[in-house]
Design a protein around this ligand. Structure first.
Ligand code: ATP
Ligand code: MG
Length: 266
């Protein structure tokens, strides 16, 4: 397992103003995400998980503290530089899917490649390949209003992965999915995190998927409570990630090649 730090936050504080009151939602978060690892962020509703994800992906600006993503200080990026950095390096899946209603599933999933300069004609087959891996082969040409919630979620996940981003961040990726589909999605994320050049961060309440984590970070009231390798915390009930790495690795090469191939055209 690589020890290369992909993302590090230091002293992240976030205050939200409401009326004349200020609520402190994050109280100084120091977090390292390592490349080649799938980190899960868990904690009660309202503890600040989505806020932290939004800061790591540059959507929200922290009140204090720094975020470094693959050697780049997010606070130093301005305007178009920040947009370009996020487009090229990050893939994110938020609690709302934000699909474009006029586009098909495959076209929606292809958007990051189009933003990077590919024609829709070249981008759609790559998106379709990622969708097929998530059992979405029968729904490539449907618009979002003709898809179930779980199917829309898989389109959003495919869109986050299609351009081979170095950092993939997901907020409750399995929330709207049945057990089988949830595990298929986690396997896809798992395979991505086998790449020593890429890191995955997943926020979840879903204990069924904890076994896919290399590392589990627990948050409570805007603070990190613990940050442990999964093998240490879940040894009794679930095998450490390393045990099934070998099996996953066999299939990983193919996925990775197709995703990175997408990125190299971007
Ligand atoms: N834009 C905002 N303005 C004011 N308060 C906010 C804003 N966004 C979030 N909050 C507050 O910050 C706290 C943390 O919210 P956040 O969405 O990060 O929680 P969470 O851990 O993701 O919860 P959940 O598991 O329910 O998604 C909550 O008390 C929330 O009400
Ligand atoms: Mg949230």
């Amino acid at each position: 397992m690589s020890a290369t730090v992909a993302v590090s936050t230091r002293g992240i504080v976030k205050d939200f103003e409401s009326g004349d009151a200020t609520a402190r939602v994050l109280h100084g978060i120091d977090l390292d995400l390592r490349a080649g690892e799938l980190t899960m962020l868990v904690g009660p509703s309202g503890c600040g998980k989505t806020t932290l994800l939004s800061i790591i992906t540059g959507i929200l600006t922290p009140t204090a503290g720094t975020v470094n993503v693959y050697g780049v200080d997010l606070g130093s990026l301005r305007g178009q530089d920040k947009v370009a950095f996020r487009r090229a390096r990050l893939g994110f899946i938020f609690q709302q899917y934000n699909l474009l209603p006029a586009l098909t599933a495959a076209e929606n999933a292809a958007l990051p490649l189009v933003a990077a300069g590919l024609t829709l004609k070249d981008a759609v087959p790559r998106a379709a390949e990622v969708l097929r891996r998530m059992d979405m082969g029968a729904h490539l040409d449907k618009t979002p209003s003709h898809l179930s919630g779980g199917q829309q979620q898989r389109v959003a996940i495919a869109r986050a992965l299609v351009h081979g981003p170095q950092l993939v961040v997901c907020d409750e990726p399995t929330a709207a999915l049945d057990a089988h589909t949830g595990l298929t999605v986690m396997e896809t994320l798992r395979e991505i995190a086998l790449d020593p050049g890429r890191a995955v961060l997943v926020v979840t309440h879903d204990s069924r998927i904890f076994r896919y984590a290399d590392r589990i970070v627990r948050m409570s009231d805007g603070r990190i409570e613990s940050d442990q390798l999964n093998g240490e915390t879940h040894h009794e009930t679930t095998p450490p990630a390393a045990h099934w790495h070998a099996a996953a690795r066999r299939r990983a090469a193919g996925v990775r090649d197709s995703l990175l191939d997408g990125a190299s055209h971007a």
